[in-house]
Design a protein around this ligand. Structure first.
Ligand code: HEC
Ligand code: HEC
Ligand code: HEC
Ligand code: HEC
Ligand code: HEC
Length: 220
């Protein structure tokens, strides 16, 4: 009973410094994590557009092929957003006077484009190319999700570096036959009775798919 607190208080204050340090570190981590969460980078948040275009109707119900509108996706780095002319092919007849389509008609008359807000937008120091992915058998769905079930377009994946690399390290987890690249909801077990892994490894060899993790692949 000679000393009530001395050593333990010393340890205590040391301990509290350690605890405080941990809290700071935890907060720091939390901030880094917040920056990577879906909230800040708007993943999974539908984006408000001038025209409420729905992939659900056009792809899901009407069954229009992606390439009808995103016509450069097989040959170019960009998939492309369709000009109003593409819409007017149908909408000069269907829903001809609907107010919701006025921005489309107006841009068609003025020979301008509808001002769509981009949903996916990589930083400029990243090189991306659609055609190589499409031609090596990576489906739109693997990166963009079930577009046919999106009333408004949203971002299914983070598009951050770890996400790209996860597939680049093991592309066999995603590869599909080239003629199924545009299909939504394709499932190798149901369609071919083989597991994704078995099919993926076979396609990887057949189509000479490389595992590309070199920095210069995406930063050139
Ligand atoms: C009838 C035309 C049409 C068809 C068919 C169509 N799209 Fe689109 N798509 C658009 C338009 C218009 C936009 C821009 C407005 C928006 O973001 O919703 C768009 C936007 C997108 C975007 C987001 C672009 C961005 O800003 O980052 C993706 C991804 C996309 N489409 C994928 C697909 C896929 C995959 C298919 C086929 C399964 C498909 N689309 C079929 C017209 C179409
Ligand atoms: C192949 C014909 C076709 C093309 C091309 C087409 N649409 Fe449509 N669109 C339709 C039909 C049919 C409907 C009516 C869908 C329904 O309600 O059953 C529709 C409906 C709409 C609607 C009403 C909301 C909804 O989805 O029901 C909007 C807005 C629209 N389209 C925008 C566009 C835009 C923008 C483009 C060009 C990027 C476009 N469409 C291209 C056939 C087409
Ligand atoms: C390997 C992943 C991946 C695949 C597969 C993929 N996309 Fe994309 N897509 C992206 C990324 C990443 C962006 C953003 C590109 C940028 O910001 O430069 C994008 C952007 C887009 C855009 C916006 C316009 C543009 O070209 O930047 C459209 C439209 C689109 N994709 C449609 C499609 C369609 C249709 C398919 C299937 C044929 C497809 N994508 C397949 C990853 C992919
Ligand atoms: C779902 C799988 C998948 C995802 C996700 C993916 N890729 Fe790829 N990527 C591939 C495959 C498969 C190839 C073809 C590799 C080969 O055989 O050359 C490829 C090739 C590339 C190439 C061309 C390499 C070259 O040297 O020609 C670039 C650039 C690229 N990817 C960038 C990206 C970026 C940037 C992202 C993320 C925003 C990304 N990829 C996400 C599967 C993917
Ligand atoms: C498959 C494509 C791909 C490869 C390979 C790749 N990167 Fe990245 N990198 C990205 C993408 C996409 C981003 C932007 C998104 C993000 O912030 O994660 C990025 C962002 C970065 C950044 C910015 C900081 C950050 O994290 O936001 C640095 C630095 C970087 N990469 C360095 C590297 C180095 C070093 C390598 C090789 C070891 C490498 N990258 C390989 C796709 C790639």
């Amino acid at each position: 009973m000679a000393q009530v607190f001395p050593k333990s208080s010393n340890t205590l204050s040391k301990a509290s410094i350690v605890v405080a340090g941990l809290v700071v570190a935890a907060l720091g981590l939390a901030t880094i994590n917040i920056n990577r969460t879906t909230y800040v980078n708007t993943q999974s948040m539908p984006i408000d557009q001038v025209v409420q275009f729905t992939h659900t109707h056009h792809v899901g119900s009407l069954g229009i092929d992606c390439r009808f509108c995103h016509f450069s996706v097989e040959e170019s780095s960009f998939a492309g957003i369709p000009p109003s002319k593409t819409c007017m092919g149908c909408h000069s007849v269907v829903w001809k006077d609907a107010p919701i389509l006025e921005p489309v008609r107006e841009s068609y008359r003025n020979d301008t484009s509808v001002e769509w807000t981009r949903v996916h937008d990589l930083p400029e120091f990243v090189y991306f190319n659609h055609s190589i992915h499409v031609n090596k058998g990576v489906g739109c769905e693997s990166c963009h999700g079930r577009v046919d079930k999106m009333p408004l377009m949203m971002r299914e994946n983070s598009l951050n570096m770890e996400w790209c690399l996860a597939c680049h390290r093991a592309p066999e987890k995603f590869l599909r036959p080239k003629d199924k690249v545009f299909t939504m909801g394709w499932d190798p077990v149901k369609e071919l009775g083989v597991s994704q892994e078995e099919l993926g490894l076979k396609l990887k060899e057949e189509n000479h798919v490389q595992s590309r993790t070199n920095c210069a692949t995406c930063h050139r």
